[in-house]
Design a protein around this ligand. Structure first.
Ligand code: ADP
Ligand code: ZN
Length: 605
């Protein structure tokens, strides 16, 4: 373990282990298997990288993300680690060189795609090489029920049969117990030490709002909180990703669409720009994101409802991997709810599957309509108990006002009933507010008792009320027809006045949120900003020269600390988190010079 600490400090430039890192590393150094569940950004990579450096032989990392191997290996090489990858994007000659390096014992880490690992040629090569460990990254890919299923992953159990003496470590950020059980089962990890971390991501601020004009509100959010930051915007349809990206471009942001319908080359290009340039926004369907280990994604925005809490948590988890403050922002509308319900009903899937899908959507809506801490609810969903309200979500920062909506709900429900449970939201609202309308007259709905009984609320307010009634399961949206509303069994006690109902006021959080904006833990003083910008500029130039993403040179958090502490010599610079020996050697002088120049200029000014 002493060696492990030394590598942590000297190679990676970090002063201590996080979470269960030390325990995991110790298990592997003892030759035991390990299963690691840690949220995104928790620091999974060090769990296998350090033992690979400490143990004799090469650490073999199985990863499904071919497109990202290059960046992972680049980052390691910057640290002075002898790392390489093998995949189909390389030419024959390069592949042969890497294979030879493996046989010669010249590699500390080798990244391989699962199908390659399972090939006869590779197996034979491995038998002739010295191996430190096998790391199976994104281990949830063995699960048939997960959304990232890869059949090759299920064959990885042969590693244990063929290489019984080599410890294996499986890692995932997927939290649910069912997936965990499946990983253990499929990969024969019954003897493994299991490390489960809290899934909380305290640096992510959650905010969810409902209403019209989601795009305009997105724009205000970006202007206010992220005028220059990189982030991801998720949309439901391909079309909408393209429209939204074009719209953001028009307003002066660099925004690129990403979805499964784009040509492979385009997708690769957009992903590369997102990783390599600063401040790029990717507007994507769910096809984007797995394994994106860009540490400085400052926000994830949803312009539509995701399908489930799992999907929401996974997607928002891509923000703030570096531990710096980040936002998870969602805007959804009544229309989303109706559309998702209809899509589920219309799908070809069997009844059981539909029921589960519906249930997941209901649970997600529950989260959206919550009036208490969102983080507590999210963690509870994953089986964790939070000690109290988090203070870093919208409902904590601005507790929503509620009102007694029992009478309004009764009016809406009886209006749905009296009009025959066939009509959609807009029609019902027109009847409630007593609108003079041709269709209403034709249906003789201007003569029923509920015509005009809701004039005390505006149409916008009624939309908000009805949405909450749908979200809370008092109303159902008819699948076959045109979004007709129907009462559910839950509606009856409410109509009879046996239960009371609290509703949320229409939230108006946009303005106030500014005042409440919490200061980031390492937020910079005004006076340090120019130096921080100068350091970023230098980093940008270096990254371009070397063809790597800027964060591979130094993370933002490292540059921030430099701007604050203003080290004068290599010793002082080397004590900053993220500055290891190799980087100190390569870049120390360059960044010290930026700091020196800046300090001198400031003095003479
Ligand atoms: P994961 O793979 O779990 O999503 P990473 O391995 O990419 O997370 O780590 C997330 C970030 O945290 C990286 O930038 C990494 O350098 C940093 N990190 C990991 N472990 C430590 C540590 N012990 N001290 C400081 N930073 C760390
Ligand atoms: Zn909270």
């Amino acid at each position: 373990m002493e060696r492990a600490h030394e590598v942590l400090k000297r190679t990676f430039g970090y002063s201590g282990f996080r979470h269960h890192q030390a325990g995991v590393i110790e298990s592997l150094l003892d030759g035991r298997d390990a299963l690691v569940l840690m949220p995104t950004g928790g620091g999974k990579s060090l769990c296998y990288q350090i033992p690979s450096l400490v143990r004799e032989g090469t650490g073999i990392v199985v990863s499904p993300l071919i497109a990202l191997m290059q960046d992972q290996v680049d980052a390691l090489r910057q640290l002075g680690v002898r790392a390489a990858f093998l995949n189909s994007s390389q030419d024959r000659e390069t592949q042969r060189q890497v294979e030879q390096a493996l046989l010669d014992g010249a590699l500390e880490l080798l990244y391989v795609a699962p199908e390659r690992l399972l090939s006869g040629r590779m197996q034979e090569l491995l038998e002739r090489s010295r191996l430190a460990l096998f790391a199976i990254d994104e281990a949830h890919c063995v699960s048939q029920w997960g959304h990232d299923f890869r059949p090759e992953y299920q064959q990885l159990s042969i590693l244990q049969e063929r290489f019984p003496g080599v410890p294996r470590i499986a890692l995932t950020a997927t939290a649910d117990p069912r997936t965990r059980a499946e990983i253990i089962e499929q990969l024969n990890l019954q003897q493994a030490a299991v490390f489960v971390n809290s899934f909380d991501r305290p640096n992510i601020r959650y905010a969810i709002s409902e209403g019209q004009n989601a795009r305009e509100r997105l724009w205000r959010f970006l202007e206010r909180e992220h005028p220059q930051d990189a982030g991801i915007v998720y949309c439901l349809s391909r079309r909408k990703t393209e429209d939204t990206a074009a719209w953001l471009q028009q307003r002066g942001r660099v925004a690129l669409p990403y979805h499964a319908g784009l040509p492979e080359a385009k997708r690769r290009e957009h992903q590369a720009r997102f990783l390599r340039e600063e401040g790029v926004i990717i507007v994507a369907t769910i096809a984007f994101g797995m394994g994106i280990d860009k540490p400085d994604v400052r926000f994830v925005a949803h312009l539509n409802l995701p399908r489930s809490i799992e999907a929401y948590y996974q997607e928002t988890g891509r923000a703030g991997r570096d531990g710096q403050p980040a936002n998870a922002w969602m805007a959804y509308s009544l229309q989303d709810v109706i559309m998702l319900r209809q899509m589920m009903n219309d799908s070809e899937a069997d009844e059981q599957f539909k029921r589960i899908a519906h249930h997941k959507l209901e649970t997600l809506l529950g989260l959206c309509e919550l009036t208490t801490c969102r983080r507590q609810a999210l963690l509870a969903y994953f089986g964790e108990t939070a000690p109290g309200p988090c203070g870093n979500c919208d409902t904590c920062l601005q507790p929503p006002q509620t009102w007694d909506g029992t009478e309004a709900a009764q009016k809406a429900l009886s209006c749905v009933y009296r009009t025959g449970q066939r009509f959609g939201v807009n029609y019902v609202i027109q009847v409630l507010t007593g609108k003079d309308d041709e269709r209403i007259r034709r249906n003789r709905h201007d003569r029923i008792s509920t015509f005009g009984i809701g004039r005390e609320h505006s149409a916008v307010e009624w939309r908000n009320i009805i949405r909450q009634l749908i979200a809370q399961g008092f109303l159902d949206v008819d699948a076959e027809g045109h979004g007709g509303l129907r009462l559910t069994g839950k509606a009856r006690p409410l109509l009879r006045g046996e239960v009371q109902l609290q509703l949320r006021h229409q939230p108006r959080p946009e303005k106030k949120a500014v005042q409440k904006k919490a200061r980031a833990p390492v937020d910079l003083e005004e006076a340090d900003l120019p130096l921080f910008e100068a350091l970023r500029q230098r980093r940008r130039e270096l990254a371009r020269e070397q063809g790597v993403p800027p964060y591979v040179i130094f993370h933002d958090s490292t540059l921030r600390e430099m701007a604050q502490l203003r080290p004068r010599d290599e010793d002082a610079l080397g004590s900053i988190s993220g500055v290891g020996e190799r980087k100190l050697e390569r870049f120390g002088g360059i960044f010290l010079e930026v700091i020196r120049n800046h300090v001198e200029e400031a003095r003479s000014a």
